[in-house]
Design a protein around this ligand. Structure first.
Ligand code: NAD
Ligand code: SAH
Length: 418
């Protein structure tokens, strides 16, 4: 039972999955444990994460743990049809294809929810939203779920506060082994991979404007500097703005940066970060892209209204011609540039994020009686032991050894009188 573009593409998908598998040492070790312990035997998992090779390997690891998998993507442009085909060829249930329309995207989410999942693995909240809004009768089947990204967590916290969240959710993004590496180094590298392979232009010497200096923004700005750009940061949080200044970046308002930027990257999770007043003053040839949750950070809809015409400038780049003749370029429809115009974060990074996903999903099943599950108290942190275990295993795979506290040091660090 699946809905994908073309099953015959599976061999190409299989090669992609094999490539990442050989670079995902943590998931390989989790897979061995799951094959032995079968933590998900008899359970159905609904998963919505960017459907490319690393996610596919996560799905295989969960299936190795006994789960029946129901899979969809978390963005219509990040699904890779050959990867989806490889999973279906394996017997997993996939509902996703590249370039899905809004209606198709919603239908695919409905399909995985209609499978009556016991565990939900979400990226941005689409599955959690769908089950609460349209399938409340299926909520009782759900043991709990995991959320992958910052914006998804903001939404869960709001739902929980309003007592609308009806099952326990674990905040995978907030584990240290997730946001410190995935958001910073993963986004830092994959955003530039997406921009560079799509534009094939030089970054050195350009004025690069990074909107948002959170974990993702720090990574994007750091790598832009490494590529030789002159980096400008925009922020709304005074402390983050100060951090950017101390890290050596120029900080200013977007309306000032708009007039001097050559290349803009938004990573705020907010909306209308680059909009009409900026479009009006941007230089001819300015390139805009987004790496935050949704395609409303750069107001592409407003740009389309303001522009006289638009054209396909290059694969995945739309050129907008303004009434005064200036051309503004948008990569990947203003959706996550690293996934809509690239393969997302590298395998070794998703290895950490997905090891946390897999181990936390097993934790939810094993500890379901001990989870926070009262109305208004459905939010669960990823246990520190999982976070530390992921770091310990990764260091061991790298052959890196670290010191351990002696009993005397432990006492010293916990005392107040010496
Ligand atoms: P964060 O909370 O650490 O950082 C966001 C920053 O943006 C904050 O410092 C905030 O003050 C700032 N901000 C908010 N509104 C702003 C505005 N209007 N103008 C300027 N700055 C503004 O979050 P994060 O972990 O860095 O994630 C940022 C976004 O990226 C989220 O939507 C998250 O879901 C998404 N994300 C994307 C990827 C990816 O692969 N592309 C990876 C991880 C997270
Ligand atoms: N539904 C949103 C999803 C937010 S994406 C959307 O509109 O696209 C942000 C998440 O993508 C991050 O937390 C990161 O962990 C994840 N990600 C980045 N690279 C990835 C990859 N190669 N495969 C799967 N997920 C990836």
């Amino acid at each position: 039972m699946s809905e994908i573009r073309d099953l015959s593409l599976y061999e190409s998908g299989e090669r992609k999955i094999e490539w990442v598998r050989s670079n995902m040492c943590l998931l390989n070790s989790v897979r061995e444990e799951f094959e032995r312990d079968k933590p998900f035997e008899g359970l159905r998992i609904a998963l919505s994460i960017h459907l490319e090779a690393k996610t596919a390997y996560l799905c295989r690891v969960l299936a190795a743990g006994g789960a029946q998998m129901y899979i969809t993507g978390s963005n219509p442009l990040s699904t890779q049809d050959d990867v989806a085909a490889a999973l279906v060829h394996d017997g997993l249930n996939v509902f996703a294809w590249h370039g899905a329309t809004a209606e198709e995207y919603e239908r695919h989410i409905r399909k995985v929810i209609e499978a009556k999942p016991n565990i939900i693995i979400d990226d941005g909240g689409d599955l959690v939203n769908m089950i609460h809004t349209n399938y409340p009768e299926l909520i009782e089947n759900v043991i709990g779920g995991c959320e992958e990204t910052t914006t998804g967590i903001i939404r869960l916290i709001a739902m929980n506060k309003a007592k609308e969240l009806k099952f326990p959710m674990a905040l995978v993004n907030n584990a240290r082994c997730k946001y410190l590496f995935d958001n910073r180094y993963g986004t830092g590298q994959s955003v530039w991979d997406g921009i560079n392979r799509t534009t094939n232009l030089i970054v050195a010497g350009k004025n690069v404007v990074v909107a948002g200096y959170g974990w993702c923004g720090k990574g994007v700005a750091m790598r832009a500097k490494g590529l030789g750009a002159s980096v400008i940061v925009t922020e709304i949080d005074p402390v983050k703005a100060m951090e950017a200044v101390m890290d050596g970046f120029k900080v200013m308002k977007m309306e000032q940066a708009a007039a001097i930027g050559d290349l803009f990257v938004t990573v705020t999770g907010c909306k209308d970060v680059i909009t009409e007043n900026s479009f009006r003053v941007m230089k001819d040839g300015a390139i805009l892209c987004n790496a935050g949750h949704f395609d409303c950070e750069v107001s592409v809809a407003r740009l389309r209204e303001l522009a006289e015409s638009s054209y396909n400038a290059r694969n995945n780049i739309e050129g907008f011609v303004m009434p005064d003749g200036r051309r503004l370029f948008v990569i990947g429809e203003g959706r996550l540039v690293n996934l809509a115009a690239g393969d997302g974060h590298p395998a070794e990074i998703m290895d950490m994020s997905f090891a946390i996903q897999a181990l936390t999903a097993a934790y939810l099943v094993k500890n379901k009686a001990a989870l926070n599950r009262a109305p208004g108290d459905m939010i669960n942190a990823v246990p520190e032991e999982i976070d530390n275990e992921v770091a310990r295993r990764k260091l061991a795979f790298w052959g890196v050894e670290i010191d351990e506290l002696t009993p005397e040091q432990k006492e010293y660090l916990n005392s107040w009188s010496v």
